[in-house]
Design a protein around this ligand. Structure first.
Ligand SMILES: NC(=O)c1ccc[n+]([C@@H]2O[C@H](COP(=O)([O-])OP(=O)(O)OC[C@H]3O[C@@H](n4cnc5c(N)ncnc54)[C@H](O)[C@@H]3O)[C@@H](O)[C@H]2O)c1
Length: 368
């Protein structure tokens, strides 16, 4: 059958050459996804400067080769000085607070960190003549959708302050770029709405390192390595084949690659805004993930079943067709690979912490 209009691939966006990428400022680059984006750029020979306040990130996740500035993404003087000092030509903005539950308990803190800081950063980007800003958004902007894969055109209807903070930040950045264009500026905005980011750098250079883990695969990896006793499945009575919730897990290194492509597209298309979902367009249930992790670990992951959590939809899967405009070719679209990389990172992380503790204990003993 010939492809219908809905099936035909989207027109490709122009992109600058990889070799022409300017030095990039990454906010939140000491965190999970930002550190992988830093690796993706450094691996391509691009200069990277990271600004992070280390509120949830770790200095250990800053890749060797990246410059590091400790501070806030919304500190305009600091960001302006950093842009000038390093000849920054583009920004990737990951810095944010990311816990849905915390956002319900402390909405003001979430709006301050996710909206006000983004507003301040967007102003600086426009004022300083930066060519592109790529923003980390989320499927949480869609709220509690029905069962179908979600395209970017699905209504924005967040159901918690975290989702609202990201939807507001998206709008603010679009408006700032539009006003900048009117005034002769060239700022382009790239918005990437991630679904469930998971896995770790295949070379174990970075991975999840949360103070308070709340992502399924990170928590299950802790159970698989004996750091936690048991995994709780929140609800097994959803209208899905095995009764557990289905999510679109997307490998963090594929997410990082998509950022590089988005940056190249934004720099080739001044004064525009682009928005794409980042997911694989297929979902895996909680039980699928636990089974894959059990296989990778060589032993089943102990688990119990608890009640549903309010606000958890049965199924959250991206319609990821539009991102083909970036020529994004995911390398790790395989749940077995995703959990294997997450587990390998978790083991390496725990070994690193144990080695550091051991070295510190020896130094303390030697010092008397
Ligand atoms: N992890 C996911 O599955 C997921 C899904 C959708 C969207 N996102 C978005 O991706 C981005 C990165 O998330 P992550 O999972 O890497 O979280 P993370 O907590 O590991 O990273 C966030 C980083 O930002 C830093 N930070 C926070 N506020 C800051 C500020 N005002 N100034 C400077 N640094 C600040 C933190 O110290 C941390 O290093 C966030 O914007 C998040 O909303 C994540």
């Amino acid at each position: 059958m010939p492809p219908t209009a809905a099936q035909s691939p989207p027109p490709l966006l122009p992109k600058i050459a990889e070799a022409d990428l300017p030095p990039v400022l990454i906010t939140g680059g000491a965190g999970y996804i930002g550190s992988h984006a830093a690796l993706a750029l450094l691996d391509r020979g691009v200069r990277v400067v990271i600004i992070d306040d280390l509120s949830t990130g770790s200095r250990r996740l800053v890749p060797p080769g990246a410059s590091f500035v400790e501070g806030r993404a919304g500190d305009q003087d600091l960001v302006l000085a950093t842009i000038a000092r390093h000849g920054i030509g583009a920004i990737m903005h990951f810095a944010a607070s990311i816990s849905v539950a915390d956002s319900v308990a402390q909405p003001a803190a979430y709006y301050r960190n996710n909206v006000a800081e983004t507003l301040a950063l967007g102003e600086v980007a426009a004022r300083s003549g930066i060519g592109a800003l790529v923003f980390s958004s989320t499927a949480a902007v869609y709220g509690e959708p029905d069962d179908r894969p979600l395209p970017e055109t699905a209504p924005s209807a967040p159901i918690n302050p975290y989702g609202w903070s990201k939807a507001m930040a998206e709008q603010i950045l679009r408006d700032i770029a539009a006003a900048s264009a009117q005034a002769g500026g060239r700022l382009s905005i790239g918005i990437l709405r991630y679904f469930n980011v998971a896995g770790a750098d295949p070379r174990r250079r970075s991975g999840q390192n949360s103070h308070h883990p709340h992502h399924l695969i990170e928590i299950a990896s802790h159970v698989a390595t004996g750091r936690r006793d048991c995994f709780t499945i929140f609800g097994d009575d959803y209208p899905t084949p095995d009764g557990t919730g289905i999510r679109d897990y997307v490998h963090v290194s594929d997410v990082a690659d998509a950022h590089v492509l988005m940056l190249r597209a934004c720099l080739a298309t001044p004064r525009q805004s682009h928005v794409f979902n980042l997911g694989y367009g297929c979902g895996h249930s909680v039980r699928d993930v636990l089974a894959a992790l059990g296989t990778a670990a060589g032993t089943p992951v102990p688990h119990v079943t608890g009640p549903r959590r309010p606000g958890d939809p049965a199924r959250l899967v991206a319609d990821a067709a539009a991102a083909a405009a970036l020529e994004w070719t995911p390398r790790f679209d395989d749940i077995n690979l995703i959990v294997a990389h997450a587990l390998a990172w978790e083991k390496a992380r725990q070994a690193g912490i144990a080695a550091a503790d051991h070295a510190q204990a020896r130094a303390t003993t030697a010092g008397g």
